[in-house]
Structure formats: structure tokens, C-alpha cells
Design a protein around this ligand. Structure first.
Ligand code: G1P
Length: 291
């Protein structure tokens, strides 16, 4: 069955990025000049997704404004003859069908995804987490959808991480069934290094069977006292196939400082308008870090 719908949880408080996130949603923090959530939405649309539900929360209104028309700004840009800027601003408000619902209490990622039940109905759907931005030749979700069309079931994006990092992620136990594709036998949320079943960590892209909604309802609070999506998937594995896919591309955790800085540098070096002067600046910096 074709995957038409995607869910983007965006209700988190952004504690790892304070003080920037005190009065603005972390999803609106830009990499160069584009909010991170726009990268994620573009990935979904470039993968063929038709409808997107953003799970929003209190103090997240800037996200809705960003994807809405901005009549005053547009009139101002038109009056000044700033055609390029006007086209860019208009393009954002015409991006796909974006829907919103609020998660009323911050009860965890599993609970946030559970808020999408009425929107999704009884069809497979994608979940994209905004902290993970992926740079790749083929959009990460599109790569996953190709495997989903072939294998069916559910699919999570995975990446091998250093042992000291496994405790930050959901981690799978599984056996490779195709190049880069693992049949997941079990998974565990944020295990201590010595208890991790592997170094294959779940990254923020999922294609899920709607059965997961029932299972979220049966999931008790887990790691961090929150209802974890990983724990619901653990139940799903007992009933239906779940695959882990090592996607091609580079992932940035833009929810913390170093990942954010790396993303900024790498994305800037791909931008024709800033690449050369920025590279010159970086070379000078490397030669003389204190200068
Ligand atoms: C969430 C998930 C975790 C996953 C991670 C990917 O954790 O709970 O399983 O590995 O995203 O970024 P969070 O980063 O919200 O703590």
C-alpha cells in the first residue's frame, strides 16, 4: 500500500538547545537561512508524501506561521520589487498539505505519534523527527519507501554509532536479510552501552504499520518516564515484520550544538553563494584558530 501520509512530531521543548529555544520552537532554528523543519518537510514532499501532520504544542505557533501566507511581508517585497525573495516566501506557503494537531501534554514520542491516529487512519505512514536532518543524493525517506514497497511491513532508518553513543538512541537487535537491511528481532530505548544488543541505532525516520497505534495505547511509560515509540515497536515486532535500513547519506543531530555546527558548515559548503568565501574563511581559521 502506498505511503501517502507523514507525521512530524514537533512538540518537544528543546531543552538541549536552551536558551535559543526559550521563546521559539527548536524546529524554527535555521541551518543557514532555512528552519530545520523546512528541510524535513522538503524531504517528505520530495519522497512523494502528500499529506503531513505536524504534532505541535504550546508556544509552537511560529511553525504554523512559517508555512502560511504572509500577506504583509509579500506586499512589502512586491512593492520593493524583490521578486526572488517574494517567490521564495510564496513557495513555502504553497508547500504540500500541512495539517496540525496539538499534543496537550509532553508525555513522550510514542504519545506524540499516537496523536496522529485519526489523521492516519488504517494505512502505513511515515514519521520524521525534526532533530535528524539528512543530506543525501536520494532523500532518506524515499530510499526507505523503495524498500517498503518491496518488503512491506514496517521500517526504521538505522546507523552504526560508536559504543559510547548507543545510550542516546533506540538500538536494534537483528540479522541482515538484504544488503543494508536487517530484520529486527528486538529493540531497546537508550540502553546502557554494556546492555546494547548492537551498535545499530534508530535514526529519526520510520515507516509504520497503523497497528502501532493500538500498541502505543498499551505502552507504559519507559525510559525517562515517557511513552516511548521504541517500546511500542518492540510489541509490534512480535506480531509483524519490522526492518532496519542503513540509509545512504549523512545524518546530523541538529538538536545539539556540535551536530548543529557540523550541519551548518556542510550545508554552507554546498551553497554556491557562500561556498568560496566561507571556505577561504575556514582555511584561515584552521591555519590560525585564535585569529
Ligand atoms: C528519539 C527516539 C530514539 C531514536 C532517536 C533518533 O530519541 O526515542 O529511539 O533513536 O530519537 O534521533 P530522542 O532523540 O528524542 O531522545
Amino acid at each position: 500500500m502506498k505511503v501517502r501520509k507523514a507525521v512530524i512530531p514537533a512538540a518537544g521543548m528543546g531543552v538541549r538547545f536552551l536558551p535559543a529555544t526559550k521563546a521559539q520552537p527548536k524546529e524554527m532554528i535555521p541551518i543557514i537561512d532555512k528552519p530545520t523543519i523546512q528541510y524535513v518537510i522538503e524531504e517528505a514532499l520530495d519522497s512523494g508524501i502528500e499529506d503531513i501532520l505536524i504534532i505541535s504544542g504550546r508556544s509552537k505557533r511560529a511553525i504554523e506561521d512559517h508555512f502560511d501566507h504572509a500577506p504583509e511581508l509579500e506586499a512589502h517585497l512586491a512593492a520593493k520589487g524583490k521578486e526572488n525573495e517574494l517567490a521564495a516566501v510564496r513557495r513555502i506557503s504553497e508547500m504540500g498539505n500541512i495539517h496540525y494537531i496539538r499534543q496537550r501534554q509532553p508525555l513522550g514520542l510514542g504519545h506524540a505519534v499516537g496523536c496522529a491516529r485519526a489523521f492516519v487512519g488504517n494505512e502505513p505512514f511515515a514519521v520524521l523527527l525534526g532533530d535528524d536532518v539528512v543530506r543525501s543524493a536520494v532523500p532518506c525517506l524515499k530510499q526507505m519507501l523503495a524498500w517498503h514497497a518491496e518488503l512491506g511491513g514496517s521500517l526504521v532508518a538505522i546507523e552504526e554509532v560508536p559504543l559510547e553513543d548507543v545510550s542516546k538512541y533506540g538500538v536494534i537487535k537483528g540479522a541482515q536479510v538484504r544488503p543494508g537491511v536487517y530484520r529486527v528481532e528486538d529493540l531497546v530505548e537508550k540502553p546502557p552501552a554494556e546492555q546494547a544488543p548492537s551498535r545499530l541505532a534508530v535514526m529519526g525516520r520510520y515507516i509504520l504499520d497503523p497497528r502501532v497505534f493500538e500498541l502505543i495505547n498499551q505502552t507504559a511509560p519507559g525510559a525517562g518516564g515517557e511513552i516511548q515509540l521504541t517500546d511500542a515497536l518492540r510489541l509490534l515486532v512480535r506480531e509483524k515484520p519490522l526492518y532496519g535500513y542503513r540509509f545512504e547519506g549523512r545524518r546530523y543531530d541538529v538538536g545539539h550544538c556540535l551536530g548543529y555546527l557540523k550541519a551548518t558548515v556542510d550545508f554552507a559548503l554546498e551553497r554556491e553563494d557562500v561556498r568560496e568565501p566561507f571556505l577561504r574563511y575556514l582555511r584561515g581559521k584552521v591555519a590560525n584558530p585564535g585569529g
